[in-house]
Design a protein around this ligand. Sequence first.
Ligand SMILES: [Zn+2]
Ligand SMILES: [Zn+2]
Ligand SMILES: [Zn+2]
Length: 324
Amino acid sequence: MPKASKKGLLKLYKDHNVQLLISKFVSGELDALNPTFDPKQGFRYPIVDNLVGDSSTEDFLQSLSDGGVLERKLYDKIVYCPSCNSANVSIHYTCPHCKSFDVKKSALIEHIKCGYIDTEDHFQKEGKLICPKCNKPLLAPDVDHHKAGVWCTCNQCSKSFDIPVPAHFCRKCEENFTFDEAIYKDVYSYTLTPEAAKEATVGWIMIAPIMEFLGDKGFEIESPGFLDGKSGTRHMFDLIAVSSKKKKTTAIDLATSNDGVVSEQSVISMFAKVFDANPDQACLVVIPKMTESGKKLAALYKIDLIEGKDQNAAIDALKSCVSQ
Ligand SMILES: [Zn+2]
Ligand SMILES: [Zn+2]
Ligand SMILES: [Zn+2]
C-alpha cells in the first residue's frame, strides 16, 4: 500500500475509510469532493457520510485536511439559524428605516440625452420605454440609456433607499435574525494533495494490475479485503481473492521498499492476521526482495513469498502461485 513519508500520514493510510476515500480519487471516480446542499441539514458530503456515518464526517475530513491527505478550498459559506440550527434560511433585504422586508426593488434608468434618472416603471408607457422628462422613446440599452443602479422602495413606510439591510428568516422555526446573530460557517471542497496522490497512486498502480489479472482468471476480488478472525477481530488485507470453483480464499498483502530489501516485519504482521483469519492461502508480494530471515519466517509461517524486482516481475511470480 502507499508508502507514507510522515508518521501521521502512515497512521491515516492504515484507516480503511481513508483508503476507500483515497481510492475514489485515484480511480477517477472523484475529482473533487464537493458538498451537496440539503435545505434540512445544510451542506453534506454523502460519499463520506456513507463511509464514516453522518456524525463523524466533519471530524474525518478535518483530520485528513490536518494530516496532509486532503487539500481544502473555500467552496461556500453557510448561514444557520441561531435558534434551531436549521440551514433552511432565506435572506430578507430589509428597509433601513422601518426594518420591514416588504421592499420593492426597481432598476434605475438614466436617459443619456437629457440626463433624467428614474425607476424603470416611470419610463414604462404602453409597453414601451418613454422618457417622462423629454417624452422621447428610449431606443437601445447602452446607446441612448443605461442602467444606473437599483432603487428600493419600502411598501410599509414608503421611504426609498438604494442599499437594503440584509437579514435572515428561518423557514423552520420562523425566527428572524440578523447577520450579527447568525451562525456563519465555511464550507469546503476537498481534493487529494499532490503528495497523497503520488503515494496513493504507487499503491494503486501496484494493486490495480494484480486485481485485473485475478479478475480475468475468474476470481472474486476485494481491495482492501476483509476476513473475520477466530478472535472476532476483522483483518484487512490489501487484496482478498476468492476462486470461483473451489471458493478458496487467498489473502494478499503487498510490501515495497526503496532501500533494496523489505524487512521481515511485513512477514510478521501478515502472519498475525493470517493466524487469526485463517485464509486458505496467504501471499506476500514483495518488491524488490525480502531479507534472508524474512524468507525463513515466511516458510515457517506458510506464507507464500512472491518476490519481483519490479511490479511486472511480481505479477508474473503471482501467476504461478495463485490458481483456481
Ligand atoms: Zn430556526
Ligand atoms: Zn420601511
Ligand atoms: Zn429624456
